[in-house]
Ligand binder design. Structure first.
Ligand SMILES: [Zn+2]
Ligand SMILES: [Zn+2]
Length: 217
């Protein structure tokens, strides 16, 4: 891989099956330069957030792979569910739509609220629900891109859900919206499964400077 990194993995701190060190070891084996641990926010409380971060930092100190401590927040009406005190302690925050909505317009409204949320850095698996609820029109997508550009937010290219598509990624690149590669691994063996992400990124004409974490790659 040209840009071997994975910014979205889960551990036993939420619904993943491996430990923090298992995911980092898997990242080393796959030759990644950067891996992020991004467990679901609603599993983390003040008490275990501290052990979460210190465990990540401890193993990061022993690894040749750059390791980031993040979370995956849920996008709720009005923004993400990551509290300020939590966001402050983390390297970055992904926000994803997990709740069921009926129409693409509702989905986009949720994403807009996350784009307006200061605690959010990256939108997770954007459009994963579109095959079930319908695809938004080009103009509506343009509004999302405009807001993301204005607010300096990034999108992940998810190899788990195969989203967003190459056209959307191309438009991100054109506007200077940063991108990341994401396996969304829930087990160590899936860490680093980001081949789809890179192939879409390269097809869209992506270069190193288009990646959010280029300084680690
Ligand atoms: Zn998710
Ligand atoms: Zn996830």
């Amino acid at each position: 891989m040209r840009f071997p990194h994975d910014t979205h993995t889960h551990t036993v701190y939420s619904d993943g099956s491996g430990s923090v060190v298992d995911n980092i070891a898997a990242a080393e084996e796959k030759g990644l330069k950067l891996v992020a641990i991004t467990d679901h926010v609603h599993y983390l409380e003040p008490k275990n957030l501290n052990s979460y971060i210190s465990e990540i930092k401890r193993w990061a100190g022993e690894s040749e792979v750059f390791v980031l401590a993040g979370v995956e927040a849920n996008i709720m009406p009005g923004g993400s569910d990551v509290p300020d005190w939590m966001a402050k302690k983390l390297d970055f925050v992904i926000a994803s739509v997990h709740e069921w909505v009926e129409r693409p317009e509702e989905y986009l409204e949720l994403v807009k609220s996350a784009l307006l949320d200061d605690n959010v850095d990256v939108i997770g698996h954007f459009g994963a629900s579109f095959p079930y609820i319908g695809f938004p029109g080009a103009e509506e997508l343009e509004e999302i891109l405009e807001l993301a550009e204005e607010r300096g937010k990034a999108f992940e290219i998810s190899s788990r859900y195969n989203v967003p598509d190459v056209d959307f990624v191309r438009k991100c690149i054109k506007r200077g919206i940063k991108l990341t590669f994401a396996s969304d691994a829930h087990s160590p063996r899936s860490v680093g499964n980001v081949g789809w992400s890179e192939s879409v990124f390269l097809k869209a004409g992506g270069k190193k400077e288009d990646l959010l974490f280029e300084e680690f790659l």
